[in-house]
Design a protein around this ligand. Structure first.
Ligand SMILES: NCc1[nH]cc(CCC(=O)O)c1CC(=O)O
Length: 349
């Protein structure tokens, strides 16, 4: 039995996820205390892009962990920066929930049933790019807010539909509002979507040992490939990149299938590629798929987040390298009148 303090944000999703991990650990005989941590991202009303992107949420919890104020941190893996944090270790990656994105639309509509011009709200360039790539004439608009806020936009008639992670809806008990689970053939999730990372101090053998059995080997292999791909594309957390790795039954037994999407938010270009290979080579497979995408022109499609790339008419801007570019929020960026206010909501995965 180990006594563990688990640092968590206060949001409904964060406390549900942390509570779930705490319950798993209690079932193993450990004593777990939840410690609420208010992050700058929670209190600031500034756009996320102005204060460091989705990583700001993870950063405050990580600080508390490094300072010894808590012993464990639970993160949605898709919100965790790919760069390792010195002194910390992801001691468990929990078994992934449904990794798919879900549509919540008015009147029970599916994506294909939404009429041209229907407004789809999303804060995610990845979702925006894949919706645009379907060529349905949908009007993708930037929104911000927690899961509850986003769902309310549909119920209040402010948008016709929103796209959210099925995993988050499942954890919050709101799967019944989903009108379509989106097939990864059309909508690849964010790398790591649906999985939780349990982080400990690297020099804390007790906490490491306590959470070890929560680690799921297939999920860890999958997210290892997805995050290696993201890292190899030098992609920031707001880049329009989707990836899904799955352990599947191949000709010679289990193998890892890795699929990825890169696109632009105006639907002007998109690439989908896949590789399969041995499960233990997850990291190499992720890097290999990134290389295929780059070879096939990913840099010319994605002008956001791919490091110092670029297109001829858009010289790289060091202030924006790897980060959010407000101009890219535009649904049809070639029409200046269509550009939204650059202080518009930031994009998140
Ligand atoms: N970006 C916010 C976020 N971070 C994790 C989840 C859902 C849970 C998960 O993907 O593991 C969500 C909400 C969403 O994208 O709909």
């Amino acid at each position: 039995m180990t006594r563990l303090r688990l640092g968590t944000r206060r949001s409904a999703l964060a406390t549900t996820q942390s509570g779930w991990v705490a319950d798993q650990l209690r079932a193993l005989g450990h004593e777990v205390e939840l410690v609420e941590i208010t992050t700058f991202g929670d209190t600031s009303t500034q756009p996320l892009s102005a204060i460091g992107g989705t990583g700001v949420f993870a950063a405050a919890i990580r600080q508390a962990l490094l300072a010894g104020e808590v012993d464990l941190a639970v993160h949605s893996l898709k919100d965790l920066p790919v760069a390792p944090e010195p002194g910390l270790t992801v001691a468990a990656v929990t078994r992934r929930e449904d990794p798919r994105d879900a549509l919540v639309a008015r009147d029970g509509l599916t994506l294909g049933e939404l009429p041209a011009g229907a407004v789809v709200g999303t804060g995610s360039p990845r979702r925006a790019a894949q919706i645009a790539a379907l060529g349905l004439g949908l009007d993708v608009r930037a929104i911000r807010g927690n899961v509850d806020t986003r769902l309310r936009l549909v119920h209040d008639g402010k948008v016709d539909a929103v796209v959210l992670a099925a995993a988050g809806l499942a954890r919050l008990g709101r799967l019944d509002e989903v009108t379509e689970l989106l097939d990864p053939l059309q909508m690849l999730p964010a790398p790591g979507q649906g999985a939780l990372a349990v982080e400990v101090r690297s020099d804390d053998p007790l906490a490491t040992a306590a959470v070890r059995s929560l680690d799921d080997a297939d999920t860890r292999a999958s997210v290892t490939a997805e995050r290696a791909l993201l890292a190899a594309l030098e992609a920031g957390c707001t880049a329009p990149i989707g990836a899904l790795a799955e352990v599947v039954e191949g000709m010679d037994g289990a193998e890892l299938s890795v699929r990825a999407f890169v696109g632009s938010e105006d639907g002007a270009g998109e690439l989908r590629r896949s590789v399969t290979g041995p499960v233990p080579e997850a990291e190499r497979l992720g890097r290999e798929l990134a290389a295929v995408l780059l070879e096939d022109g990913a840099r010319h499609i994605v002008t956001v987040g791919l490091g110092p790339a670029v297109t001829e008419d858009r010289p790289p801007d060091p202030d924006r390298a790897g980060g959010h570019d407000p101009q890219r929020v535009a649904n049809r960026p070639h029409d200046p009148a269509d550009r939204p206010d650059p202080t518009a909501p930031e994009r998140a995965l």
